[in-house]
Write a protein that binds this ligand. Structure first.
Ligand SMILES: C[S@@+](CC[C@H](N)C(=O)[O-])C[C@H]1O[C@@H](n2cnc3c(N)ncnc32)[C@H](O)[C@@H]1O
Length: 349
C-alpha cells in the first residue's frame, strides 16, 4: 500500500454517485472499516474516506463493485496546481511514495464538467510518461498504474490502480465498436457484458459455435445478434418484429410468446433477458430458469426503480443467490452501455 490508504477513489456513471457510495461504504463496513463518502450528484466520482483516519486497505477489486467503473486508491490531492507545471507536483508525490508505475493515465470524470477537461487530460498524458521516465519512475513490470484525475484546470487527485484488479480501460469505459449490421444499439450491452462479466476462459468455454440460447424480449435483435455472430442458435421470444437480415442467418427461431411463460423443451446453454419489467420479477424468473434446469448460464438486465435503487439491487441479488443455492457465480455491473439499469451474469461454478 502507498500513501496513508485512507481514501478510495471510484469512477461511476453520473447520477449514480449515491448507489456507488452506499455500495462501497457497506463494502468497507464488511471489512470492519467505518467510512463515509465524499461526492455530489453529477460528479461521476466518489471518494470513500476512512472515518477514523486508519487505512481502509487496498481499493476494492473493480469486478466486485456494481456501480464503480474504476476502483483506485488515493495518494494525494492537489488544490492549486500551477497551469505552467501541472505534472510536477504529482510526479514528486509518486517519487515520495516510492512508487514505480507501469503507466500514468490522466483522466477526468465522465461528467459534464469532466468533458471540458478531456483535451487537457490528453495533452498532460502525452507529456506524463516521458516526464516519469526522466525520473526513472516507470517500470513496465510494475503492478501499479498511476491515475491523475482532473477535477478542474488546477485541482487534481493522484491515485493508483492495482493492474491485477482494476478496469483495463481509461475511466473504466470500454470503447466498443457498434457492428454495422446489428439491429439495435443495445447489442453493445451484451457485448460489454460478455467482456466484463466473464473472463477469457469462460468466454472460450461458454460461448462456442453450435451452442443454444433463448433471448427473452429479443426484438429487434441486438442481443440475438451477439449470439448469431458467435454461430450460436437462438430462440427469440418477443411479440415485436425481429430484424429481417438477422432472421436470414438461419440461426434464429422467432416465437411470438410471453417471455414470462415460455420454457424450452430441452435445457439451453444460455438464457438472456432484456424485458423492461420489475427487477424482482426478472430476477425471480432467472432463478427459476437456472435452478429449474432450463438454462446453464444467464445474462439479464435489472431495470432500476427511481428510488432506493441500491436496496432493490441487494434484494434482487440476495433473493437470486438464495434460489441458486450457491451453484452459480453471480456477477453484476452497471455497464458503460447500461442506463438506469444493471446487468447481471450467472455462470455455473
Ligand atoms: C429493450 S427491448 C429489447 C431490445 C433487445 N435486447 C435488442 O437488443 O434489440 C425490450 C423488449 O422486450 C419485449 N417484451 C416486454 N415484455 C415482454 C414479454 N412479457 N414477453 C416477451 N417480450 C416482452 C418488448 O416487446 C421489447 O421488444
Amino acid at each position: 500500500m502507498f500513501g496513508d490508504g485512507t481514501t478510495w477513489l471510484l469512477h461511476c456513471r453520473t447520477g449514480f454517485e449515491p448507489e456507488c457510495a452506499e455500495e462501497s461504504v457497506s463494502m468497507a463496513a464488511r471489512h470492519g472499516k467505518h467510512a463515509f463518502a465524499r461526492t455530489a450528484r453529477g460528479d461521476a466520482l466518489v471518494e470513500i474516506v476512512s472515518a477514523d483516519g486508519t487505512a481502509l486497505g487496498p481499493a476494492p477489486q473493480w469486478r466486485e463493485l456494481i456501480f464503480a467503473r474504476q476502483s483506485l486508491a488515493l495518494l494525494a490531492s492537489f488544490d492549486a496546481l500551477d497551469p505552467k507545471d501541472r505534472l510536477g507536483p504529482p510526479i514528486e508525490a509518486l517519487a515520495d511514495a516510492g512508487m514505480r508505475v507501469a503507466d500514468l493515465w490522466v483522466e477526468s470524470p465522465d461528467s459534464e464538467a469532466g468533458g471540458d477537461l478531456r483535451a487537457l487530460a490528453r495533452a498532460l498524458e502525452a507529456a506524463a510518461v516521458p516526464a516519469l521516465r526522466k525520473r526513472t519512475l516507470v517500470d513496465p513490470a510494475s503492478h501499479w498504474r498511476a491515475h491523475l484525475v482532473l477535477r478542474s484546470g488546477t485541482h487534481a487527485l493522484l491515485a493508483y490502480a492495482d493492474l491485477r484488479h482494476a478496469s483495463p480501460w481509461p475511466m473504466g469505459i470500454p470503447r466498443l465498436k457498434f457492428p454495422k449490421d446489428a439491429p439495435s444499439r443495445s447489442t453493445l450491452k451484451l457485448d460489454e457484458a460478455f467482456l466484463v462479466l466473464l473472463d477469457d476462459s469462460e468466454r472460450a468455454r461458454l460461448l462456442r459455435p453450435g451452442m443454444t440460447a433463448v433471448d427473452l424480449g429479443a426484438a429487434p435483435g441486438g442481443w440475438t445478434w451477439q449470439f448469431v455472430a458467435r454461430s450460436i442458435h437462438v430462440t427469440a421470444i418477443d411479440n415485436g418484429p425481429m430484424d429481417a437480415k438477422l432472421m436470414d442467418s438461419g440461426l434464429v427461431e422467432h416465437r411470438r410468446e410471453d417471455g414470462f411463460r415460455y420454457r424450452p423443451r430441452q435445457r439451453v446453454d444460455w438464457v438472456v433477458c432484456d424485458m423492461v419489467e420489475q427487477p424482482a420479477r426478472v430476477a425471480a424468473l432467472m432463478g427459476e430458469w437456472l435452478a429449474g434446469g432450463h438454462a446453464r448460464a444467464a445474462v439479464f438486465n435489472l431495470k432500476l426503480p427511481m428510488k432506493k435503487r441500491w436496496l432493490e439491487v441487494r434484494r434482487c441479488l440476495d433473493g437470486l443467490d438464495d434460489a441458486l443455492e450457491g451453484r452459480w457465480s453471480l456477477r453484476a455491473k452497471q455497464l458503460y452501455h447500461d442506463r438506469e439499469e444493471i446487468t447481471v451474469a450467472a455462470v455455473p461454478r
